[in-house]
Design a protein around this ligand. Structure first.
Ligand code: FAQ
Length: 323
């Protein structure tokens, strides 16, 4: 007990001195659990997050936009891979994490349970969803767990490109025909509030924020990041002639921030509980993809076994390639 106490003190002092925790370092069990929880949820979000946009790859309006969207969706899959790998450094297996997702036991971001109804939604996702993701993830480049922080550096570079491609779509549509502008406005109306919910519950209602801030897993709170996102995004909407769907939105000279209206936390709770518009569809799509990919996993495992057997076989004059 006494030893654990002093280890915890030394651990905290090590973090306070801005050192990174590495996989083989001693860490409190709850630190390990929190990092695994957050990284696996994050990885699942990236992978489930491929679905709403993948829905539009075959219907992209030009070859250029198709290429860009295809690259973006592939990037999200790659982010999932880095994050699953980073989580595996803490002793949890990728199979277990994916199994939890497929069985509906694991969380992933609420935002990916909303439908993509038309091409303007590709703009709104890139601009708002990737924009919110960047706001959250730039701080994660400085998170205290080394493998997570390092994975985030590359992820953030790619998310910046995603945000720009989404804003470009919105910019073109907002400057297009009245029908195109109306589509862009409608997409903003539908994605704005769910994007604000991505940052998680208000600080006062967030069970994990205080400890995660103390351990420097999170470097900013949910409300701080949400405010940063609003302050950055409102002028972007104004610049392209769109209106943020919030009648309470107002610049506050005193605080130097935008005041914004109340978030519908009941909607957030329902979506996180599995009752959002697309939760069932998303899990069904992931399960189907997993089953259809079984032959790839079988082939890769068989190949790896064959390679191992070859490496273990004694070298002989008749079989020199076994070396
Ligand atoms: N949806 O006490 P807190 C992306 C849960 S990636 C669902 O505040 P915490 C890229 C939370 O897990 C987007 N659940 O928790 C992309 C906790 O439940 P638990 C994902 C949510 O962990 C773009 C409970 O509520 N990004 O978009 C949500 O300190 C386009 C209490 O919450 C990340 O995952 C939510 N929105 O803070 C991909 C970033 N919010 O586990 C494709 C890493 C909260 O106790 C296309 N994660 N919950 O049962 C984080 O920074 C944190 O985990 C927060 C939540 C900020 C999400």
């Amino acid at each position: 007990m006494g030893e654990e106490f002093s280890l915890e003190h030394r651990f905290q002092a090590y973090i306070d001195a801005e050192n990174k925790i590495e996989p083989k370092d001693w860490m409190p069990e709850n630190y390990r659990k929190t990092i695994v929880r957050q990284m696996s949820q994050h990885a699942h979000s990236e992978v489930v997050g491929m679905l709403p946009e993948a829905n539009w790859i075959t219907r992209a309006p030009s070859l250029r936009s198709k290429l860009i969207l295809l690259a973006k969706v592939q990037d999200e899959g790659g982010h999932g891979l880095y994050l699953y790998s980073a989580a595996e450094t803490l002793g949890v297996s990728r199979e277990q994490m994916i199994d939890d997702l497929l069985q509906g036991k694991a969380k992933y971001s609420s935002i990916f349970n909303y439908p993509t109804l038309n091409w303007a939604d590709m703009g709104a996702i890139g601009w708002l969803v990737d924009g919110a993701a960047i706001a959250n993830q730039v701080m994660l480049c400085r998170t205290s767990y080394g493998p997570y922080a390092r994975a985030m550096v590359r992820i953030c570079k790619e998310e910046s490109f995603h945000q720009r491609q989404g804003y470009e779509i919105m910019m073109h549509m907002a400057a297009g025909t009245p029908e195109q502008k109306a589509m862009a406005q409608d997409a903003l109306n539908r994605w704005w509030w769910p994007a604000l919910m991505m940052f998680g519950p208000a600080d006062a209602a967030s069970p994990n924020t205080a400890q995660s801030m103390a351990w420097k897993i999170k470097r900013k709170t949910n409300d701080e990041l949400r405010q940063e996102f609003v302050d950055k995004t409102v002028p972007q909407a104004t610049f392209i002639g769109l209106t943020v769907p919030d009648s309470h939105l107002k610049w506050n000279e005193v605080t130097g921030h935008y005041d914004f209206g109340p978030i519908d936390w009941e909607e957030f709770t329902q979506v996180v509980k599995g009752n959002g518009p697309c939760n069932k569809e998303r899990l069904a799509a992931r399960n189907k993809a997993h089953q259809e990919g079984q032959w790839v996993r079988d082939a890769a495992t068989a190949f790896a076994k064959k390679q191992q057997a070859r490496a273990a076989a004694p070298v002989s004059a008749t079989n020199p390639s076994a070396a």
